[in-house]
Write a protein that binds this ligand. Structure first.
Ligand code: PMP
Length: 464
C-alpha cells in the first residue's frame, strides 16, 4: 500500500512537471496533480493506481465500445507488429490490413460509401473531409464552393479545420484566428427529443435556409453534422430535422458530411447514427469506436459518386496524406474490433440496453425534482439538471451543480461527464456497448443517489 502511494506521489510530481494534458485546466493540474492514474481495465471497469475501481460510464472518451482489457486485440496488435508494424501507404505502396479494412468499412457503411481515406483520429478525419470536398469542387471547376457549413455547438475536433468547424465558442477563443470560410447554422436546442419540438425544428430549418441564401448556395461546399451532437450537449435532433437538412443539401447542391466519430459502430443501437434517420450522407467521418480506442485511427468514407469524379478529373498527385494514413497495426486492430462488435452482437446489445436506459432515465426524472430532458438513443444518453425543470430554468453556473453530481458519482465508483456550455448542467452517459442489464441498474442507482445527495445540499442552501 505504502509502495503504491509513493509511486502515485512520484508519478503525480512527474505529471505536473512534464505532462501537458489535453483539454484540461493547467492551473488545476499544477495545484492538485492528476486525480486519477489508471493502471488497467476490464469490461466496463477501470482500475486506479491506489486500488480504486470505477465504472467507465463514458467509455473513456465515448470510444471504448468493446470494453477494457480485451486480450484478443493485444494479440492481433502483437502479431501485426511482429510481422509488419509499419509501412507506407503513400503512392503505390499498400498492405493487407488497410486493404481489408477499407473493404470491411464499405460493407458496413450505408449507401455507396465504399472508399476509405485513413487518418490517425477524428480531427484529422474531419480536416481531410473538408479538404477532399474542396478538392472535389475544384476539380469540377467550382472553386468558389469552398465554405463549410457546420452548426452552433458542433464539436468536430481540435486541428485547424476541425476547430473552425466546431461551433463551441470556448474552442475558438483559445486561439487568435480560425481558418477562413466556415459558417455556422443554428442547431436544435439541447434536450429536444426525437419525439420533439416541431416549432424549434421549423425555426432551425428556416434560419438555415436564410443563412444559405445570404451566403450564396453556390459558395457552400459542404454541410458537416454529427447526427447527435455529442460534446456540445448530447443533442438528439427533433423529428424530421436531419431528413430536411439532407433535402436542403440536395436542393442547393451542397455535400452532406456525417461526423460519426461518436455515433459510429453501434453507439446509438444502429451501426451508424445516421441510420436512425434513414439518410445517406455523401461522406462520413469515423474514429473512436473503429478500434474501441485500442489504437489511434480515423477514416473518411467517400461515396462512389465523389470518388468517381476524383478518378475522372484528378491529374497527378492528391497532395494530402499522413504518415500514419492506414497504419497497418491500427488497421489490423480495427478489423478485430469490428469482428468482435459483430460476433458479440454489440449493436443489438446497445439497442436493448438503450431500452433499459430509457426506463431508468424516466424513473430518474420521476424521483428527482432537478432532473428533466432525459434522452437516449442506444447507449448515448444524457439528462439535464434544472432549478425549475418545468420552466427549464437553469441553476446559476457558480453553483456548479452538474460538477457536484459528477463528484458524488465518483465517490461511489462511477465516471461520467458534464457539459456546461451556455450555462447548461448536462450529465452525459455512454458506457461500453458490452454493458449488462445488471450493470445498467448499478450505474443508475449510483446516479440516483448522487443526484439525491446534491438535491439535499441544494435544499439546505434554500432551493426548492
Ligand atoms: N468529432 C466528434 C463528433 C468528436 O466527438 C470528436 C472527439 N471527441 C472528434 C470529432 C475529434 O476526434 P479526435 O479527438 O480523435 O481528434
Amino acid at each position: 500500500m505504502e509502495e503504491t502511494l509513493s509511486l502515485k506521489t512520484e508519478l503525480a510530481e512527474l505529471d505536473k512537471r512534464h505532462f501537458m494534458h489535453p483539454t484540461s485546466s493547467i492551473q488545476m493540474q499544477q495545484k492538485n496533480g492528476p486525480e486519477f492514474i489508471f493502471t488497467n481495465g476490464e469490461g466496463i471497469y477501470l482500475n486506479e493506481i491506489s486500488g480504486r475501481k470505477f465504472i467507465d460510464g463514458m467509455s473513456s472518451l465515448w470510444n471504448v465500445n468493446i470494453g477494457h482489457g480485451r486480450q484478443e486485440l493485444g494479440r492481433v496488435a502483437s502479431e501485426q507488429m511482429s510481422t509488419l508494424a509499419f509501412s507506407s501507404a503513400f503512392s503505390t505502396y499498400s498492405h493487407e490490413p488497410a486493404i481489408r479494412l477499407s473493404k470491411k468499412l464499405s460493407d458496413m457503411a450505408p449507401g455507396d460509401l465504399n472508399v476509405s481515406f485513413f487518418t490517425s483520429g477524428g480531427s484529422e478525419a474531419n480536416d481531410s473531409a473538408i479538404k477532399i470536398v474542396r478538392h472535389y469542387w475544384k476539380l469540377l471547376n467550382k472553386p468558389e464552393r469552398k465554405k463549410i457549413m457546420s452548426r452552433k455547438l458542433a464539436y468536430h475536433g481540435v486541428s485547424m479545420g476541425s476547430t473552425s468547424a466546431t461551433g463551441i465558442k470556448e474552442f475558438h477563443e483559445m486561439t487568435t484566428s480560425l481558418a477562413p470560410d466556415f459558417i455556422y447554422a443554428p442547431a436544435p436546442k439541447p434536450g429536444m427529443s426525437e419525439s420533439g419540438n416541431e416549432t424549434v425544428n421549423l425555426i432551425c430549418i428556416k434560419e438555415t435556409r436564410e443563412l444559405i441564401e445570404r451566403e450564396g448556395p453556390e459558395t457552400i461546399a459542404a454541410f458537416i453534422a454529427e447526427p447527435i451532437q455529442g460534446a456540445g450537449g448530447m443533442i438528439i435532433p427533433p423529428k424530421g430535422y436531419l431528413q430536411e437538412m439532407r433535402k436542403i443539401c440536395d436542393e442547393y447542391g451542397i455535400l452532406f458530411i456525417a461526423d460519426e466519430i461518436i455515433t459510429g459502430f453501434g453507439r446509438t443501437g444502429k451501426l451508424f447514427g445516421i441510420e436512425n434517420w434513414d439518410i445517406v450522407p455523401d461522406m462520413m467521418t469515423v474514429a473512436k469506436g473503429i478500434t474501441s480506442g485500442y489504437m489511434p485511427l480515423g477514416a473518411v468514407l467517400i461515396s462512389d459518386r465523389i470518388h468517381g469524379e476524383l478518378i475522372k478529373s484528378s491529374k497527378g498527385t492528391l497532395f494530402h496524406g499522413f504518415t500514419y494514413s492506414g497504419h497497418p497495426t491500427a488497421c489490423a486492430v480495427a478489423l478485430k474490433n469490428l469482428e468482435i462488435i459483430e460476433e458479440e452482437g454489440l449493436v443489438e446489445n446497445s439497442k436493448i440496453m438503450g431500452k433499459e436506459f430509457a426506463k431508468e432515465l424516466k424513473q430518474l426524472e420521476e424521483e428527482h425534482w432537478t432532473v428533466a430532458d432525459g434522452r437516449n438513443l442506444g447507449l448515448l444518453a444524457a439528462f439535464e439538471l434544472y432549478e425549475d425543470p418545468q420552466n427549464r430554468k437553469r441553476f446559476d453556473s457558480s453553483l456548479a451543480v452538474s460538477k457536484r453530481v459528477l463528484q458524488k458519482c465518483l465517490e461511489h465508483g462511477l465516471i461520467l461527464r458534464s457539459i456546461t456550455y451556455e450555462g447548461s448542467d448536462t450529465i452525459a452517459i455512454a458506457p461500453p456497448l458490452i454493458i449488462t442489464k445488471e450493470e445498467v441498474g448499478k450505474m443508475f442507482s449510483i446516479i440516483s443517489n448522487a443526484v439525491g445527495a446534491v438535491e439535499k445540499e441544494l435544499e439546505n442552501e434554500g432551493f426548492l
